[in-house]
Design a protein around this ligand. Structure first.
Ligand SMILES: Cc1cc2nc3c(=O)[nH]c(=O)nc-3n(C[C@H](O)[C@H](O)[C@H](O)COP(=O)(O)OP(=O)(O)OC[C@H]3O[C@@H](n4cnc5c(N)ncnc54)[C@H](O)[C@@H]3O)c2cc1C
Length: 497
């Protein structure tokens, strides 16, 4: 069988492309190397508790808001089990020994932070105006068609978030607080472009929701719809090579063995991994070189806590803690300084709304700390790796205990992951958290478009556009637009509203 479209990888972007194209009558086949679909949407269960691995909360899900509209097209809006975070403070930034809350709604955000920064109201208003300006500039975000390959926020690609904040305030504490959620975009002071934090923050400020029972709901539902549309989904099917007929891609090789043939191909995997798998001269040397030389975002250490029954009260906010005055330097630490901070998410249980069953704590972890195990695979890394993780977990727990006294006693069991875990589950370079690191000094180097020099191979996912649920959804629209026409797809999406 020759499929109309073979999709490599079942991350959110791959599944959304498969959904869109199968709905349009294309015979699609998704090939996924893991048993579980979803990439970063994967969850795991221990002691009956569900843990998210790479999707903790989503934004703009209230009626009429952007993700709510997109997800209506994907039949997800009314199907997901979600819990709205605390509108008066969905984020808690703990910086310099004080706590600052981000409220939902532009005006409420300004009011809440103005209580802490009474002389900075004007700066806060300017900041929220910028959030609106950037999100309004993205044509697809607003379901607007556009001409050419780049959307409306091109003008923001060359601006950095750090210098932008200097134009609105001299107050270094306020600046740090506004950058307090930088782990959401793996911020780097002299690289992170303005539009990335702005798109992410504008989405959450509108409304922020956690998943009840995990983000894999999204991949489960999309799989069901794809199969219902006649699509095929292959698990444990790792693409190990590409086969060409002239300059056109004709098949992917699966597990060094089987061939899956197609007329068109969409790659949802990290572009660096894709070029590694593609031998020969099918890509221009300059393109290959550019992809290979792009830096990736950093990796993280994650501590997953399964809590004793009815022992730790559920808190309906996220926490971002800093033990450093420089919010940009979390990834630069001496051994005794780690962790310099952390972000913490609590999961709302479906059975008990008063207490939490699961807490997830993330902090930076440099690749150099795990490099010596780089030639190992999951569950086969040896006792010294287990001991390394145990020490890190204990240190992390001691750190968190200072902010949440008693938390250690409430833990029934804990589990951990490192950049090696992400590398092996999602195949990102060195377990990078969000893929390619965008650089506002050199936007053309780090921005990748869906088209490639192979006419029937397209790219999608977090490395095209922005990471995260909105960025990836927009990528999938851009990618499918290449095959079925963007105008046509956007009108279908508008009709779904
Ligand atoms: C710790 C963490 C927390 C996050 N939290 C949030 C959050 O709260 N909210 C939010 O919006 N975003 C969050 N994100 C980001 C978001 O999850 C990702 O940007 C998004 O899910 C990536 O989707 P993707 O389509 O690019 O594919 P990926 O998730 O990268 O999936 C790629 C898929 O391709 C498969 N694959 C790779 N190589 C091959 C091969 N050779 N053959 C076959 N299959 C292959 C992989 O197994 C994987 O399933 C988080 C990410 C991380 C890591």
């Amino acid at each position: 069988m020759i499929y109309d479209v073979v999709i490599i990888g079942s991350g959110l972007g791959g599944l959304q492309c498969a959904y869109t194209l199968s709905k349009e009558g294309f015979r699609v086949c998704v090939v996924e190397k893991n048993h579980q679909l979803g990439g970063c949407l994967q969850t795991f269960k221990r002691k009956g508790v569900v843990f998210d691995t790479g999707m903790h909360y989503i934004g703009s899900m209230d009626n009429g808001q952007v993700l709510n509209k997109f997800f209506r097209y994907f039949k997800l809006t009314d199907a997901l089990k979600l819990k709205k975070l605390d509108e008066s403070g969905y984020e808690n930034i703990r910086y310099g020994g004080k706590e600052y809350r981000f409220a939902m709604g532009y005006e409420r955000f300004v009011e809440t932070l103005s209580e802490k920064f009474p002389h900075e109201r004007e700066a806060l208003v300017k900041y929220t105006e910028k959030l609106k300006e950037v999100s309004n500039a993205v044509d697809i975000y607003n379901l607007r068609d556009f001409n050419g390959t780049n959307s409306g926020y091109m003008s923001f690609y060359g601006q950095g978030i750090d210098p932008y904040l200097d134009t609105i305030t001299n107050n270094q504490t306020l600046k740090s607080v506004l950058l307090g959620t930088s782990p959401l975009y793996a911020g780097v002071k002299d690289k992170t472009p303005l539009y990335i934090p702005m798109i992410i923050h504008s989405s959450y400020i509108e409304s922020a929701y956690r998943f009840i029972d995990g983000g894999s709901q999204i991949s489960d539902l999309l799989e069901r719809y794809i199969l219902g549309n006649g699509g095929t989904v292959l698990r444990k099917a790792e693409v190990t090579g590409f086969q060409f007929n002239g300059h056109m891609l004709s098949a992917v090789e699966i597990n060094h063995d089987e061939r899956i043939e197609g007329h068109n191909f969409i790659s949802n995997i990290h572009p660096k991994r894709m070029v590694q798998l593609m031998h020969g001269s099918h890509f221009r040397p300059a393109y290959r070189k550019r992809l290979e030389s792009i830096e990736d975002t950093y990796g993280i250490f994650t501590l997953y806590l399964a809590m004793k029954e009815k022992s730790f009260r559920y808190i309906n906010s996220n926490f971002y803690h800093y033990d450093t005055t420089n919010v940009w330097d979390g990834d630069r630490y001496a051994a005794d300084e780690w962790p310099k901070g952390y972000m913490m998410h609590l999961s709302p249980g479906s059975k008990d709304s008063e207490f939490t069953e699961a807490i997830i704590i993330n902090t930076y972890l440099n690749w150099s700390e795990v490099e010596k195990w780089e030639n190992t695979t999951v569950e086969k890394r040896g006792d010294d790796y287990k001991e390394f993780k145990r020490r890190k977990a204990e240190k992390m727990l001691d750190r968190v205990e200072r902010d949440f006294p008693g938390i250690k006693n409430s833990v029934a069991a804990y589990y951990t992951s490192t950049p090696l875990t992400y590398r092996d589950y999602t195949a990102t370079a060195r377990g990078s958290i969000y893929g390619i690191l965008k650089d506002y000094h050199n936007p053309l180097k780090t921005i990748i478009v869906p088209r490639t020099s192979v006419p029937n191979l397209f790219l999608t996912g977090q490395n095209i556009n922005i990471h995260g649920v909105i960025g990836v959804t927009i990528s999938s629209i851009l990618t499918c637009g290449e095959l079925i026409g963007l105008k046509h797809l956007l009108s279908k999406m508008q009709h779904a509203l």
